[in-house]
Ligand binder design. Structure first.
Ligand code: C5P
Length: 238
């Protein structure tokens, strides 16, 4: 991951519901942003046109649809994502090793160009010890389950994980440095927290070992998204 410019480490979350709004964000930030994250809302509303919109402006897409299904279905979904030309996509590690291997295999069988990075979501940050134990029936504490699933993802051939800043250190220690960590829940000191509870600044997350940081509202809901992004890039470049 060395040699990547600071601004290439920022992924802008396109958490909007229309192509017009997506276009406004890309227009406002495109000078400095290289990668945009398209999640369930925008993709469910607008479909592949959202990916197309970003790609035609020369930008890359992280398709955040968190696939979790039987291996054959996930494999076919990944093949469809590859056809869209996304740079990164993700699956739930809870789907197991066979499902993750199927995802990686499908990602690697690409026609031309670089195959997308396949990332795992381990334990969602909205899941705490009580939910993990009582609803899901998993007896491990959250951090141990995160490490367990990150290791499973690495052994299954995945390129990395999506993980909160507080999980970075333990994942690096247990899974190694050659594993991508993409971190959301980022808030510059000057931005509102919104519904995020445990937040980390962009510079802290990168110092802790994140390869990429995902930033949504601090940029997209700012009166001046371009200036907000400039400020973040300046902070992580210093
Ligand atoms: O606006 P904000 O910066 O909070 O957006 C963060 C993005 O990262 C959203 O798309 C959110 O769904 C996603 N995300 C997150 N926390 C996780 C996983 C994903 O905030 N644990």
């Amino acid at each position: 991951m060395h040699g990547i410019r600071p601004e290439e480490r920022v992924i802008i979350a396109l958490d909007v519901g229309t192509l017009d709004d997506a276009e406004k964000v890309v227009e406002a930030t495109g000078e400095r942003a290289a990668v945009y994250k398209i999640g369930s809302e925008l993709f469910t509303r607008c479909g592949p046109a959202a990916v197309e919109l970003v790609k035609t402006r020369g930008k890359e897409v992280f398709l955040d649809l968190k696939f979790h299904d039987i291996p054959n279905t996930v494999s076919r979904a990944v093949t469809a994502a590859v056809a869209l030309g996304v740079k990164m996509l993700n699956v739930h590690a809870f789907g197991g090793a066979e499902m993750m291997r199927a995802a990686v295999e499908a990602a690697r069988i690409t026609g031309s160009g670089e195959s997308p990075k396949v990332l795992a979501v381990t334990v969602l940050t909205s899941i705490d010890e009580v939910i993990l134990a009582e609803d899901i029936g998993c007896r491990r504490e959250v951090e141990r389950q995160v490490v367990h699933l990150a290791n499973l993802a690495a052994r299954s051939g995945l390129d990395g994980v999506v993980a909160s800043a507080k999980e970075i250190e333990v994942i690096r220690r247990n899974v190694g440095s050659d594993f991508l960590i993409v971190t959301p829940g980022i808030r510059p000191r000057w931005a509102a927290k919104g519904d995020q509870k445990r937040v980390t600044t962009p510079a802290e997350a990168l110092r802790a070992g994140a390869d990429y940081i995902v930033i949504g509202r601090p940029v997209t809901a700012n009166d001046d998204p371009k200036e907000a992004l400039e400020r973040i890039i300046e902070e992580i470049s210093g």
